[in-house]
Design a protein around this ligand. Sequence first.
Ligand code: SF4
Length: 362
Amino acid sequence: MARIIARRIMEWFGERGRDLPWRRTSDAYAIWVSEIMLQQTQVKTVIPYWERWMAAFPTVEALAGAPEEAVLKAWEGLGYYSRARNLRKAARWICEERRGEFPRTRDEILELPGVGPYTAGAIASLAFGEAAAILDGNAIRVLSRLFLVEGDPKSAAVREELWKMSRKLVEAAGQHPTGAGKGRFKPAAAFNQGLMEIGALVCAPRAPRCPECPVKRQCGAYRARRVLEFPQAVPRAKARARLFIAYVIEGERGVLVRRRPEGEVNAGLWEFPNFEPVRGSSARRQAREWLGFDPGSGRVWMKLKHSITTSRITLKTYRGAVNGEAALAAGRLGSEWMPLAGIRGLPFTGAHAKIRERLLHG
Ligand code: SF4
């Protein structure tokens, strides 16, 4: 059964797999960058970022030698910036400890900062053809349905069961000398990409296209008409609503901005001064106390909504101008004055990049 499933997935991938830019190379560095970008981000968003990144930092040495700010700027808008910082850190480690040679096995790749078992398996199989298993959200959904895996995939026991299935299938794929994407890919690479691709294109969460699926005859959930019961994930707690207030404050020397300090989320990225008001007192009064001066305008200049894993955030932005004493108070916010032209090239957090764009372009 494992051999049949593996073969059918490889054949299907050879015919239907998308032609994505990082699939045209077996360069481990390029594949690594694509895998890190694809975490939490859709393929169509990643493509231009990956192309720009590979033009700016075409090799592991180029990335290792780049200033952190340039790396964060290239990542601006993709979110989860620790991914970019870890890429650069790992590139420096590869250059210092391995003279620039990219690690070649799953276990060695796993030592890189920011690389977990999924990414290590993906790079080892895609770049080097190792029969290393993968397990991302798409693979979890396909395997849970194929094998009727009961229980929450976030639990350690179910996760281990799914890893075992993935391992068994990729090893079975290695027993097929042919059928690996019309010879373009080694069997492990064709199988792993096929598994993820079926999850992305066919075995969709709410509307799977089972009649088009290459493994429908082997699929337990399809045969039992229980497809939408799998995977049996326990729903997440509801995200909490939070309000933040930001200020675009202009003075004689430009606009106030601050760099997020080490140890905070999005450390090293830039933003406009902002705070989260407490309930029970007016946001304006809190802003006055927090800023050390009256920011002036009481009208919201821009309102943004965005979500992160546990929160639904509303960001209200006010705009005002200050000079003299008030300008001096700005230093207390850990902020600095920056000419408008200077903020264009800085890496900002996602929401604050939108504020900057409106400020620069209206
Ligand atoms: Fe998913 Fe349907 Fe294929 Fe089963 S038959 S793997 S449920 S798309």
